[in-house]
Design a protein around this ligand. Structure first.
Ligand SMILES: Cc1cc2nc3c(=O)[nH]c(=O)nc-3n(C[C@H](O)[C@H](O)[C@H](O)COP(=O)(O)OP(=O)(O)OC[C@H]3O[C@@H](n4cnc5c(N)ncnc54)[C@H](O)[C@@H]3O)c2cc1C
Length: 468
């Protein structure tokens, strides 16, 4: 390890090889504070060539490496294990916007660019980069690609995979693959780009990407609807899609308990309704024509929903500040949960049509197995993605409840599989869900994944212990 670290210092300079306890501590704990690993050092390369040279060194000295972007991942993918043998490779210094091609509607960026920085650079050219999630002020494009992040605009624009045309990757051998093509059509053999997207740093280090840009909508409008049940939320989704087509860009479900939790933890946030309702849907429409067009579309659709008694009440934001206030309610749910204590998170996807039945069956199963547990159910309903989180009953400590994690997972994930769903919709597998993946994936699928891993990373140095 001494010789390896000396070599790293010669490549990066002392300032960018961190190895004191205090310096490396911020890189070792996951965002939710559930696990703190150990690392021999944190390496902070400033160029693609430095990344390549470091990975070559890792291969030569057989040092495992953990790529890290903003460390906002929720499945323990970006932190090292407890052995202390790995190094963290932070991409934070690779943060340049390389090029924007407004006619091709693409931008080429370094992997360490913060998502918000990318959104702002696109906006400065009159374009939209539509990926949006609550961690956008600190997560990076490399992390978004490596987890195939979803977020709040998937309904209209797709996951990060759909927003990426090309990649630059440092392979586990320390070679640079430049696949930075801005092509919408390219059928030249196996799609290597798609292998690295969603690979959570287990197949290589993403150092750059070509991202898709879109025209900026002329106007966006946000509304919050109150509804009796998740089944009504599905009826509203169909109604909105029929009325508004591709103008519907966001459709988020939140239960009453979620908004009560937010109100308790963040009393300064708006309270849109005087009375509580069982369910809420936050929806967003965008128009490429005008604000008036967006308002008319929304009012017509909400009017129809009220008439058919799908919705019991609704508020429409009449200013950008009000719209931001409504989105804050949604975005503060994970923050309110984190403030309230620990909980058992599930990031699941289901066929949209089966979501209401899934909730109706699974919530009572949880209550029967863990009486008094609190279900924090919210998510990107338009994408069939729920965050189906379970918090301890009143009076039960976090630690006591978390001891039940495997049993809680079994109840939820068995039901997910019975309803034709997936145990990870957008957060990935990391170390947290590795055993669950092994439990639910078929041997055929797991063997193909293992074969790909062995072919690309025969030394097993890339983020070991994650996914497989
Ligand atoms: C408040 C909050 C809200 C969130 N909301 C959403 C949401 O709506 N939708 C969603 O999908 N996720 C969400 N997330 C999860 C998280 O923000 C995303 O997974 C994000 O994409 C991670 O980016 P990051 O830069 O922080 O990656 P990190 O956490 O640093 O890393 C994530 C994984 O990617 C790997 N990795 C990172 N960079 C690279 C690279 N350059 N090359 C190869 N591998 C790399 C890491 O090894 C790790 O396995 C949320 C998180 C928080 C804290």
């Amino acid at each position: 390890m001494m010789a390896f670290l000396l070599h790293c210092r010669s490549l990066l300079g002392d300032a960018h090889v961190l190895d004191t306890e205090a310096d490396i501590a911020p890189f070792l704990t996951d965002w939710r504070g559930r696990f703190t690993g150990k690392a021999a050092a944190v390496l902070r390369p400033g160029s693609v060539e430095q990344v390549a040279a470091l990975v070559k060194a890792c291969a030569r000295w057989r040092v495992p490496l953990v790529p890290q972007g903003g460390n906002t991942g929720l499945v323990l993918g970006s932190v090292p294990d407890a052995s202390g043998t790995a190094v963290v490779l932070s991409l934070a210094r690779l943060n340049a916007i390389r090029q924007i091609d407004a006619v091709n509607r693409t931008m080429t960026v370094d992997a360490g660019c913060i998502l918000q920085q990318v959104q702002e650079a696109a906006a400065a050219e009159g374009c939209l980069f539509p990926l949006s999630l609550a961690a956008e002020g600190s997560c990076t494009i490399g992390g978004n690609l490596s987890t195939n992040a979803g977020g709040t605009a998937v309904l209209r624009y797709g996951n990060t995979r759909e927003l990426c045309l090309g990649l630059e990757v440092v392979t586990p051998q320390g070679e640079i693959w430049s696949g930075l093509r801005g092509l919408r059509k390219d059928n030249t053999g196996y799609d290597l780009r798609d292998l690295f997207i969603g690979a959570e740093g287990t197949l290589g280090v993403i150092t750059g990407a070509v991202l898709k840009l879109y025209p900026r909508p002329k106007a966006s409008i946000t509304a919050l609807a109150a509804l009796p049940s998740p089944a009504d939320a599905l009826r509203l989704l169909v109604l909105m899609q029929d009325h508004c087509g591709a103008s519907l860009t966001g459709f988020e479900l939140m239960s009453r308990y979620c908004l009560e939790l937010v109100a308790r933890q963040f009393p300064q946030l708006p309270k849109p309704f005087a009375d509580a309702h069982p369910q809420y849907v936050l929806l967003e429409l965008s128009s490429s024509e005008s604000e008036q067009h967006a308002v008319e579309l929304l009012e017509r659709a909400i009017g129809a929903a009220l008439e058919r008694e799908v919705v019991t009440d609704a508020v429409v934001a009449t200013s950008e500040a009000q719209s931001a206030g409504l989105w804050q309610l949604r975005e503060h749910i994970p923050l309110a949960q984190a403030k309230a204590g620990k909980n058992i998170k599930h990031d699941i996807s289901l066929p949209v049509s089966r979501i209401a039945d899934f909730i109706a069956v699974t919530a009572p199963q949880l209550q029967a197995a863990f009486p008094g547990c609190q279900l924090v159910c919210f998510g990107h309903l338009g994408d069939g993605n729920l965050h189906f989180n379970v918090a301890p009953p009143e009076g039960v400590s976090n630690e006591d409840f978390l001891a039940n994690q495997d049993k809680v997972n079994r109840v939820v994930h068995d039901s997910v599989v019975a309803f034709g769903g997936s145990i990870s919709a957008e957060h990935g597998i990391g170390a947290l869900k590795r055993d669950e993946l092994a439990h639910y994936k078929s041997a055929v699928e797991l063997n193909m994944m293992r074969a790909i891993k062995a072919a690309l990373d025969p030394l097993g140095i890339m983020n070991p212990g994650k996914i497989l």
